[in-house]
Write a new protein. Structure first.
Length: 227
């Protein structure tokens, strides 16, 4: 006949409670991990539903020189570009920009630039989001007689009017790494110009990724229900 004294009994109770506590903590940890995983996947699904992994954009606006001509005026600016979203927050994009620089009321010069930017969306899962961007560009006159490198940065706002279609307003500041952009050379005075534009973003792609996310969510939920 097995006789359990008081100390042995308390030890068994302690071990039992400890095992229960550890098991409970593991279950809570698994539930929290599942919740965070599903939350992340659902947010990415929201992004892909509103937007997409690929973007074609078109912009019209104005440009103005900050440089050797104090009477420079606003002139036209056009852009077409392509963006690829590395993730919901971040994309890399390339664009072709055609713009004029008005030196005064009677003189303007035509330029183009090929820009490479990295862009960050502040609230990519919402219909309305600010964004910031910056990068490197290659600037040239219309006949390629003058070419210059530049850096640029800017910010803007985007609003999704319907799934896959956004409108945006933005401005970018361009710093040309030369002081000969408009043909007037002044030492130690590199050129810079501002462009502002209103445009559209046409989103597409991401269908396979959405299907994969839905399967992952279902798998995670079902596996936890089995447990």
């Amino acid at each position: 006949m097995i006789i359990i004294n008081k100390n042995q009994f308390l030890t068994i109770i302690f071990i039992f409670l400890s095992i229960c506590c550890i098991t409970s903590q593991e279950e809570i940890g698994q539930q929290e991990e599942t919740y965070q995983t599903n939350k992340r996947l659902l947010r990415e699904l929201e992004f892909l539903t509103l937007r997409g992994t690929n973007v074609v954009d078109a912009v019209a606006g104005g440009s103005m020189l900050f440089g050797d001509y104090p009477d420079s005026e606003l002139d036209f600016f056009l852009r077409i570009g392509y963006k690829y979203h590395i993730n919901s927050d971040l994309n890399i994009n390339v664009s072709y920009n055609k713009y004029n620089i008005a030196l005064d009321e009677n003189t303007n010069l035509g330029f183009m630039s090929f820009d490479l930017n990295i862009e960050y969306l502040v609230s990519p899962h919402n219909e309305f989001t600010p964004f910031i961007f910056g990068g490197y560009g290659y600037n040239a006159s219309n006949n390629f007689e003058e070419t210059h490198t530049k850096v640029q940065f800017g910010l803007g706002l985007e609003y999704i009017v319907m799934e896959g279609l956004g409108i945006k307003l933005f401005g970018d500041y361009n710093f040309v790494l030369s002081n000969e952009m408009e043909g007037l050379i002044m030492p130690d005075n590199d050129e810079s110009f501002l462009r502002v534009g209103l445009g559209i973003n046409l989103y597409f792609g991401g269908k396979k990724r959405k299907e994969q996310i839905l399967k992952t969510i279902d798998t995670v939920i079902n596996s936890n229900l089995i447990k």
